[in-house]
Ligand binder design. Structure first.
Ligand SMILES: [Mg+2]
Length: 318
């Protein structure tokens, strides 16, 4: 099926779940859900030119945005946004319930056929994601704890906002394990979704992090690093340090722009670190607080995909 036909089929599948999520929410909650989704996309597009490069700013906190740094956003998005759209499309189809088989189907459409991309070809993916999609066996050892699930997972929080923490944990784990099955990956993903949920309900990042720490530290030692203030920011693709960097860059920033520009300019795995930082920042400040050129760049992507568009109907009327 062509992309166009697929979108037409998707249009017909009316997801009552997402309409419920949006209609029953007050403005602030809707705005934070939108900020989270747009923030993920903005971080990816902003960080992409800096991926695998040496950063423009020193990785030692406090981060300082002085001198040469990149803040201009492009139009190209990578695997982070493509996988987010694939997961959103799966949730849209299933009425908001994680279905690993359906999810995998959409990831394969992206990976093999270039769905959910700008140029019709998938790129940017890590080895764990590639192997999991090709073989059907998710990563399950210490070397498979990359950030490939974090880059797409924020949308789960939107669909499981009204459900129990337990339901969100199970959804986060099952979705993560489509590609990343090691406990370190799974618990990092769970903590990320849990923190995003608190942020959307208006709890500060500092308190959300403390709540997550109370709930999850001690489950496995490796994840405790998420809650420790870094001596210097790590921008490898390791899921634990990706979430740690995203949290602490946000904690030392006062608005969306500052957080996402700082994280992208750390370089390294800049697109994914900035995507996760952007999702957290968007859930903190809301869509309306995002720097306008970034908001417009995100809406341009969002307007192409029905499963994202449904969250932004009032912004896409003109
Ligand atoms: Mg990428």
């Amino acid at each position: 099926m062509s992309n166009e036909n697929f979108d037409r089929v998707s249009d017909c599948l009316h997801s009552q779940e997402v309409l419920n999520v949006l209609n029953e929410k007050n403005f602030a909650i809707k705005d934070k859900i939108k900020g989270m989704i747009a923030g993920n996309i903005i971080g990816d597009m902003l960080g992409l030119p800096l991926e695998r490069k040496k950063g423009n700013i020193s990785p030692y906190p406090p981060l300082n945005l002085k001198g040469d740094y990149i803040s201009k956003i492009g139009e190209i998005w990578s695997d982070d946004t493509s996988m987010l759209i694939a997961l959103a499309t799966s949730l849209f189809e299933t009425g908001g319930n994680v279905n690993p088989e359906n999810e995998r189907k959409h990831y394969l459409k992206w990976f093999l056929n270039g769905y959910y991309t700008l140029a019709g070809k998938s790129f940017g993916y890590g080895e764990t994601t590639k192997q999991a999609l090709l073989t059907g066996i998710a990563g399950n050892n210490r070397n498979t704890n990359g950030n490939g699930a974090l880059m797409r997972s924020c949308i789960l929080t939107a669909y499981y906002l009204d459900k129990t923490d337990r339901a969100l944990e199970e959804a986060s784990a099952a979705s993560c394990a489509v590609t990343h099955g090691h406990p370190v990956s799974i618990f990092t993903n769970i903590i990320y979704n849990y923190i995003l949920k608190q942020l959307i309900y208006g709890i500060s990042l500092e308190d959300s992090m403390k709540m997550a720490q109370q709930k999850y530290s001690g489950v496995i030692n490796d994840i405790n690093e998420i809650f420790e203030k870094p001596v210097f920011y790590t921008t490898t693709a390791y899921c634990v340090t990706t979430l740690q960097t995203a949290i602490f860059v946000n904690l030392e920033s006062t608005n969306f722009y500052e957080a996402v520009v700082k994280s992208a300019n750390l370089g390294g795995d800049a697109d994914t670190v900035a995507a996760v930082t952007g999702a957290i920042a968007g859930a903190t400040y809301g869509f309306t607080e995002i720097y306008e050129p970034y908001r417009k760049a995100a809406l341009k992507v969002i307007s192409k995909f029905q499963a994202l568009k449904i969250f932004f109907q009032e912004d896409l009327n003109d």
